[in-house]
Design a protein around this ligand. Structure first.
Ligand code: PLP
Length: 295
């Protein structure tokens, strides 16, 4: 099979040649940021918004990627372009932009840089979540809490994912198919290890405030779609009690978009999966235009 082509530090190289040093501080310390854009029907969706968020994460972590936003966006589009021939008709890519602070000196631990910049594409693993659209996904609240923004700003998409990884292990010990739904330090629902969270209460679409979560691009797309459909959107604090009593609940993230939730801690949520409001949003999403390349 022909190899994919990845971008690494200014060059386009075959996947097997895209190697990073063991001294890279991304590897040693999770000292980096990333973002992931999905394609729909082989066209990137909201690449500009994802690249803008990448640059906000870079700003917060004081990493200089050595490229402008436009250059990063163009290199990402190039990665897609160079790998389109390998994509089957019904497949799509997740386009990863990953930046670490760079390589540490072996003569001491100081990062001497420059930043390591990698852009690559991974096939969206539809098999992983396809059945969840019909059956709904089980979610479990792990004992591990979401790191509070006083310790690490949750709006920044950082490569240190240990908080989420531990939460995932805890959920999988309860149910191997479960996704962890993390509470914040005050006991309010925050988000999953890789998705934002929505619930439906009295016909309103509710979601935690952006205080303790990644400001998801899928989340904001869903809120806009809801507004267009005349569905009220409420951002507030919610506890597990609110979820047990909700009419519907779902997760939201770039690759799967909207994933209906079947149970929270084995308690069934709502009467049907997906719920009627969730279905309206899924249908509305399908009508969402993918404008690429830009006019
Ligand atoms: C912790 C976390 N929350 C939420 C999301 C959803 O964000 P987006 O919709 O921008 O993919 C992600 C995406 O990977 C995530 O890692």
């Amino acid at each position: 099979m022909k190899e994919k082509v990845f971008y690494l530090n200014g060059e386009f190289v075959p996947e097997s040649a895209a190697k990073v040093s063991v001294l890279d501080s991304g590897f040693n310390a999770g000292d980096g940021v990333y973002d992931v854009t999905r394609t729909f029907a082989h066209r990137p969706f909201k690449l500009r918004e994802h690249t803008q968020r990448l640059f906000r994460s870079l700003c917060y972590t004081r990493i200089d990627c050595g490229m402008s936003l436009e250059e990063m966006e163009a290199a990402t589009a190039q990665v897609l372009e160079r790998n389109l021939a390998l994509l089957k008709e019904n497949d799509d890519y997740a386009l990863w932009q990953v930046v670490s602070r760079g390589v540490r000196s072996s003569m001491g631990n100081r990062v001497i840089g420059p930043a390591t910049v990698a852009i690559y594409c991974v096939n969206v693993n539809f098999r992983e979540f396809a059945r969840h659209y019909i059956e709904g996904v089980p979610v479990v609240i792990p004992s591990t809490r979401r790191i509070p923004p006083q310790c690490l700003e949750s709006k920044a998409k950082v490569t240190n994912k240990m908080n989420h990884v531990i939460a995932g292990f805890e959920a999988h010990q309860v149910d191997p198919r479960a996704i962890p739904l993390m509470l914040d330090i005050d006991g309010n629902i925050s988000e999953s290890s890789a998705h934002n969270f929505f619930l439906v209460i009295d016909g309103a679409l509710c979601t935690p405030t952006n205080r303790n979560i990644l400001d998801g691009i899928t989340r904001s797309t869903i809120s806009s779609l809801a507004a267009e459909l005349g569905i009220p959107v409420v951002e507030a604090n919610f506890t597990p009690y609110d979820v047990y009593n909700a009419a519907e609940a779902f997760l939201a993230s770039t690759s799967p978009t909207i994933l209906p939730i079947r149970t929270l801690n084995s308690v069934k949520i709502g009467k049907q999966v997906p719920g009627p409001l969730t279905l309206r949003l899924i249908k509305a999403w399908k009508r969402e235009p993918i404008s690429w390349p830009k006019p």
